[in-house]
Design a protein around this ligand. Structure first.
Ligand code: MG
Length: 306
């Protein structure tokens, strides 16, 4: 059954930009965030606190946090991968720390220099730091549906990781299809496992969050499947921009405006004005120097405007 409402986490300032070749200035990032907030977005993954030499596009994390509008009810999150990142995110004023554990040894090494075991330990540490600082702690299992280096990922391994991360009582636990290989039945199955893990965790009821890339055009079908399976939080990126610097030929997240069109048609409320997000596409394309994948900005309004 579909939920009545879904929360959208706008990841364009982080996942959307981190893979872009052309440096995006802090002022442009702030314009993007301000525009998204005006459109009604209430959750934004604003930046990541990773080593600037590894992801140069995120080197201005502190400046982005210092410059963005602080609007009551808008939750600003930062991606962190270790203790140092968590310290920076807390100092910079993130409302939420989002941590990623990778469900593949090979990808975990390339993405964040961690084994699965090290990732799980680092998450527990980061969750404790976030809690002590009064911030939200969210955890995503990355490469949950497939790894660019190892191929298929065992769902039992993902489930075991989910059960372990739930011990730190995250606000949300999510599955990320980092390289866009998932299909809806797999999404239903894996979120079914997460749902069962959450139900038996006994650490408070974590919401389920889904993060899809549209690399093989299954991202929107997967988002629909995730909602049916009980996810209530969906990541998306304005214009559908994005990718991962550590996954070969990774492409963008599902586009926020296209996802909103789907949710509007389904009657799932989200509080965001889809036209205002689509209207950002030409500006975004200018900043990035290439067209963006989102479709809504390329076609006529629906229903037609008289
Ligand atoms: Mg991603």
């Amino acid at each position: 059954m579909l939920p009545d409402t879904a929360e959208i986490v706008e990841v364009s300032p982080r996942d959307g930009l981190q893979n872009e070749g052309r440096p995006v200035g802090t002022a442009d990032k702030l314009h993007l965030i301000e525009s998204l907030v005006r459109a009604g977005v209430r959750r934004i993954e604003a930046t990541s606190f990773v080593h600037p030499a590894r992801v140069p596009q995120m080197a201005d994390a502190e400046a982005v946090m210092a410059g963005l509008p602080r609007v009551p009810g808008v939750i600003i999150s930062g991606l962190v991968l270790n203790r140092r990142g968590a310290e920076r995110a807390i100092a910079a004023g993130c409302d939420e720390l989002t941590f990623t554990v990778v469900a593949s040894e090979a990808f975990g090494q390339r993405n964040q220099g961690q084994t699965i075991e090290q990732g799980l330990l680092a998450w527990a540490e980061v969750a404790a730091m976030a809690r002590a600082a009064g911030r939200r702690a969210t955890v995503m299992v990355a490469a949950a549906f497939g790894c660019p280096f190892e191929g298929a990922v065992d769902p039992a391994r993902v489930e075991a990781m989910v059960r372990q991360v739930l011990r730190s009582a995250p606000e949300e636990v999510g599955l990320a299809d980092t390289i866009g290989v998932a299909t809806p039945r797999q999404v239903m199955d894996l979120f079914g496992r997460v749902r069962a893990a959450v139900a038996s965790a006994g650490t408070g009821r974590a919401a389920m969050r889904a993060h899809f890339h549209n690399t093989r055009n299954t991202g929107y079908a997967n988002a629909y499947a995730a909602l049916l399976a009980g996810a209530t939080v969906l990541d998306s990126s304005a214009g559908g921009v994005g990718g991962c610097p550590f996954a070969p030929r990774a492409t963008g997240n599902i586009a926020t405006e296209d996802l909103l069109f789907l949710l509007d048609g389904l009657g799932v409320r989200h509080g965001i004005e889809r036209g205002a997000v689509a209207a950002l596409d030409p500006w975004l394309a200018g900043v990035l120097g290439h067209a963006v994948p989102g479709q809504l900005g390329k076609t006529d309004a629906w229903p037609p405007v008289p």
